[in-house]
Ligand binder design. Structure first.
Ligand code: ATP
Ligand code: MG
Length: 417
């Protein structure tokens, strides 16, 4: 019987894991500076949280959710994204009663039953942020600048920030009607998905990837022409801040995003080095979602970064270094082995990665292991060395070697570190 991981679910291990950990550490550092607190919400939630949060007429809810009935007969879903659970928590715990704004970040697995391909998995990781309680465009700007800083700190460059405003409950219906008027004439020529979207949510036709649909929608009404005064002022306010800080962006009037909860500002960060799945991060404002969940009217905005796509980019642009121990202690005989374990433990207590030989094999095979795991130094303690109170050291990379009294081993390696 052979066991294998499920399709679309990846193991992440060395050497890639070092890139993951470095990105996560950078992200935590940036979030701390911007006052975002970590939040850990469950991976499993009641299914209606996602139907309500993401919207019935979306790819995620229509076809991608890992939904099943638990032993108690409840319909539960493995989270396909982080915003709906965070909003559920915000409302359930009455977090609007705390000083505003409340700012959160999360990191973790998401699950979508998609066709696995380059950049698309069934279990994938997101780093996300959500800020509640501010209507002003200064918050949109802060979120976008924080995202730009985070991606730069992670080591990414040459990314494209696409920006749009998709309006609010005031102006969206007018725009939606203008789209229907435009698409209506040739509706039969669009793909079956788009024909359904026409009724349910015509904005999503702008998001369709089918080449014929892309062709047909050339010249469709542009959302910026339909924004109400409040949305226009908000968007102009955001652009003014970004311009004054010289944050680069491209306006993309077709950027509507696949989730229903967005209002006003939407954005997507893309890379030209990823092929078809080129979005590395995406987000936007969702001013109606907290109320949808039964909370008070609360402004909110957030983003999510796709970790796998970021790691792919970082792997292309930088060498992954295999981590290796500083010292390998090789010993011969049980007394020397005790001395070896003592030294290894003392080095570890000082923060140095040290490895031992785990029982006696020949010196030759111990040194071979030291070499294979890439240890910088080997420290050799045989019976004679032990009697003389000394050890031999060998720099495995430079080929240099020498002797050091056992009483000075710690000092020797602390100086070398
Ligand atoms: P796409 O258009 O690629 O399907 P999406 O709109 O479904 O993206 P979001 O829900 O906005 O994606 O998720 C934010 C980010 O999470 C995406 O920009 C992407 O980097 C990443 N992401 C989404 N789905 C997957 C997946 N199945 N596998 C890996 N990463 C993903
Ligand atoms: Mg998707």
């Amino acid at each position: 019987m052979k066991y294998a991981a499920l399709k679309g679910m990846e193991d992440i291990l060395s050497p890639d894991i070092a890139i993951w950990q470095a990105v996560e550490a950078k992200a935590r550092d940036i979030f701390a500076r911007y006052g975002f607190q970590e939040i850990r919400v469950p991976v499993l939630e009641s299914t209606d949280i996602f139907i309500r949060g993401i919207g019935q007429e979306t790819d995620i809810v229509e076809k991608e959710m890992y939904t099943f009935t638990d032993k108690g007969g409840r319909s539960v879903t493995m989270r396909p994204e982080g915003t709906a659970p965070v909003v559920r928590c915000f409302v359930e715990k009455n977090l609007h009663t705390l000083p505003s704004p409340q700012k959160f970040y999360y990191m973790g697995q998401m699950y979508r039953y998609e066709r696995p391909q380059k950049g698309r998995f069934r279990q994938f990781y997101q780093i996300g942020a959500e800020a509640f309680g501010v209507a002003a465009p200064a918050m949109d700007a802060e979120i976008i600048m924080m995202l730009a800083n985070l991606l730069e700190a992670a080591g990414l460059s040459g990314l494209n920030f696409e920006l749009n405003s998709i309006g609010c409950a005031e102006c969206r219906p007018v725009y939606r009607q203008a789209l229907r008027d435009f698409f209506g004439g040739k509706l039969q020529e669009y793909c079956p998905d788009c024909q359904r979207r026409y009724e349910a949510n015509p904005l999503r036709i702008l998001d369709c990837k089918v080449p014929r649909c892309i062709e047909l929608r050339q010249g469709s009404p542009s959302v910026p022409d339909y924004l109400c005064d409040a949305c226009r002022t908000h968007f102009d306010g955001l652009l003014a801040i970004l311009d004054s800080f010289e944050v680069p962006y491209t306006l993309n009037p077709n950027l509507v995003r696949g989730l229903d909860y967005y209002t006003m500002t939407t954005f997507e960060v893309t890379s030209e080095h990823l092929g078809a799945q080129k979005a590395v991060a995406a987000g936007g404002r969702y001013d109606r979602l907290v109320a949808e969940f039964g909370g008070p009217d609360t402004h909110a905005i957030g983003f999510a970064i796709g970790m796998e796509r970021i790691v792919t980019l970082l792997k292309e642009s930088s060498q992954t270094e295999l981590r290796a121990p500083k010292v390998f202690v090789a010993t011969l005989g049980s007394e020397a082995e005790m001395e070896g374990i003592k030294i290894v433990e003392m080095l570890r207590a000082k923060g140095v990665w040290a490895e031992q030989s785990y029982g006696s094999t020949s010196l030759k095979s111990q040194l071979r292991r030291a070499d294979r795991i890439g240890a910088e130094f080997a420290l050799i303690i045989g019976e004679n060395e032990l009697k003389a109170g000394k050890a031999q050291w060998k720099n495995m990379k430079k080929g240099e070697q020498g002797e050091v009294p056992l009483s000075e081993v710690m000092q020797f390696f602390m100086e070398e570190c």
